[in-house]
Design a protein around this ligand. Sequence first.
Ligand code: 13P
Length: 252
Amino acid sequence: MRKKIIAGNWKMNQTLEEGKILTSEVVNMGKDELRDDVQVVLCAPFVHLTTLQAMLTDSSIALGAQNCSNHASGAYTGEISVAMLKSVGTEYVILGHSERREYFGEMDSLLAEKIDITLEHSLTPIFCCGEPLVVREKDEQLAYVQSQIEKSLFHLSAEDFSKIVIAYEPIWAIGTGKTATSDQAQEMHAAIRKQITDQYGEEVANGISILYGGSMKPGNAEELLSCLDVDGGLIGGASLKSRDFVDIAKSF
Ligand code: 13P
């Protein structure tokens, strides 16, 4: 059985006070409402992680970050290392989000380094991939996404590959209110799983959680999450509303 995961990506939102309120609401609702077989993750801004970790100790909700350095330590002003993340109780790290690729120039090769250092420190990377609209319009999305996966992940051993989570986030669906249809999501997720099968075999491919991200909301989550190869969601805007976020996590 693949792990079902609902991860909230707060992006650059929420002051500490706001983040504490949001977290306590999710924790309180979650106590009664969340299923044991769904792993909920809150990927918060770095400066909130220590505070949130203390709030999450008695819950099953895990803590995640949104980025990390590709270096272990040293003279990299402004960067955050995986050891630092680990030291404050972080378990997951989003890597390769399209916003990091587009606005901060993160390339496939840099992401490969970040994946390696994350795995070395036993953090779980949530590796994001996804095509822009121009690529979708040319119907070249499968090759585009498969290239992202190959370039940043296929240097891994089967054992290491088994530890990652993949999130397919079509860029045209992020923050736009436009969602991939369940057919589009399933087609891509199945193609990714087939690619992993070809590279690492069926056992590895069948164990990897592949999340969908892009305008997932309570109103469309159930349909997307019912797809055979969709194992969860990476939620942006709707993760900032406790009710919506918990409702999405209940939509399997
Ligand atoms: P939205 O849910 O706001 O579209 O964002 C998706 C996303 O980018 C999650 O990482």
